[in-house]
Design a protein around this ligand. Structure first.
Ligand code: COA
Ligand code: ZN
Length: 311
């Protein structure tokens, strides 16, 4: 039995947060309900952030309460502060995905908090969630590089992981916010993480800004990571990270893993049907490639002249 890989879709959060237009609430709900039927392990439904910072997700409560939750799918939401945590708990989410940055400048630009200030918020959040049974994940933005500061030292990332685990965070997502990671760096950092903290639940979160997204996902898998964030159609990006663009595309990632004979639990055809509805929903073309090219088992009729002489 091949090892199971867990595919977590973030299109309705990472994707919709940066769209030029507001996606109507009922369309968000309908898409999530269809995604729930595809075999995804987790769906990041929305974020409980300031509606001034992220106006596209100002309907977070309505969306979270409007979806049909499918058994076996975990529903998570992005949370930056205690206020967001209280909103998320009121909607009975399965997981709270705390967000902080590994770099000071992106932390200030995105959240108006340094990593130190985010950690202080997280301590309070973990107090508030005690006894609720909700899983606490933390997403570490700019883990592999910051668009303002450049390189983020690996020692700093490791120290932040340790401190997150020390305060009671159960899962950590290593985020390449603007596609600065390369596969060698990913393999090194992920190998360290899975070896040093074997009981922590790690997720890899890549953006394909420089075309290295799937290569980075493979490098992470080779280093023992089995959970991947990805976005339907390849939507996505942080509005407060200059130059940000889409996440790795969920259907392209699932297609790659399936071709390799790996078990994702996802029904690729159903996922492709969801992806096919995206351009109309967001009003523009989307980066995903498999939907356009067809799966690798697509076959074309050979040229007519090969059928024999036509004279
Ligand atoms: N949910 C809803 N509203 C919130 C909130 C939350 N979690 N946190 C703060 N607010 C509101 C406050 O009530 C206040 O409203 P008011 O102006 O009507 O009084 C306003 O937002 C500012 O509050 P403040 O605590 O001063 O926050 P801030 O301006 O320092 O912003 C964050 C901090 C974290 C709330 C904001 O930067 C944010 O939401 N960032 C999210 C960015 C993001 O999601 N990026 C993409 C993901 S990587
Ligand atoms: Zn992201």
């Amino acid at each position: 039995m091949t090892k199971r890989l867990y595919i977590q879709d973030v299109a309705t959060r990472d994707g919709f947060q940066i769209e030029p237009n507001f996606i109507p609430t009922e369309d968000k709900i309908a898409l999530i309900d269809r995604l729930s039927e595809t075999g995804l392990a987790k769906i990041e439904v929305t974020s409980f952030t300031s509606p001034k910072a992220i106006p596209n997700l100002r309907d977070a409560e309505e969306v979270m309460r409007g979806i049909q939750r499918a058994p076996g799918v975990e529903y998570t939401v992005l949370v930056p502060n205690v206020r967001g945590c209280e909103r998320a708990l009121a909607c009975e989410v399965d997981e709270i995905n705390l967000v902080m940055s590994a770099s000071d400048t992106h932390g200030m630009a995105n959240l108006r908090m340094t990593p130190e200030q985010s950690l202080a918020q997280f301590r309070d959040i973990i107090e508030v969630t005690r006894g609720s049974g909700v899983f606490i994940n933390a997403s570490l933005s700019t883990t592999f590089g910051c668009p303002f500061e450049g390189e983020v030292p690996e020692t700093r990332v490791r120290e932040l992981i340790q401190r997150l685990l020390d305060i009671g965070v159960q899962g950590i997502t290593l985020c390449d916010t603007t596609g600065m990671a390369d596969p060698a760096q990913v393999e090194r950092l992920c190998r360290h993480a899975t070896t040093q903290w074997p009981d922590a639940v790690f997720t890899a979160h890549f953006h394909n800004t420089r075309g290295m997204g799937l290569a980075n996902a493979l490098a992470a898998m080779n280093a023992g990571i089995d959970r991947f964030d990805a976005s339907l159609g390849g939507l996505g990006g942080c509005p407060y990270a200059p130059g940000a663009s889409g996440n790795i595309c969920t259907e392209d990632l699932v297609h790659m893993f399936q071709r390799m004979g790996l078990n994702t639990g996802v029904d690729l055809d159903k996922l492709l049907q969801c992806a096919a509805s995206l351009p109309a929903l967001v009003g523009h073309d989307v980066p995903g490639t498999v939907l356009k090219a067809g799966k690798a088992d697509r076959r074309y009729p050979k040229p007519k002249w090969m059928d024999g002489p036509d004279r």
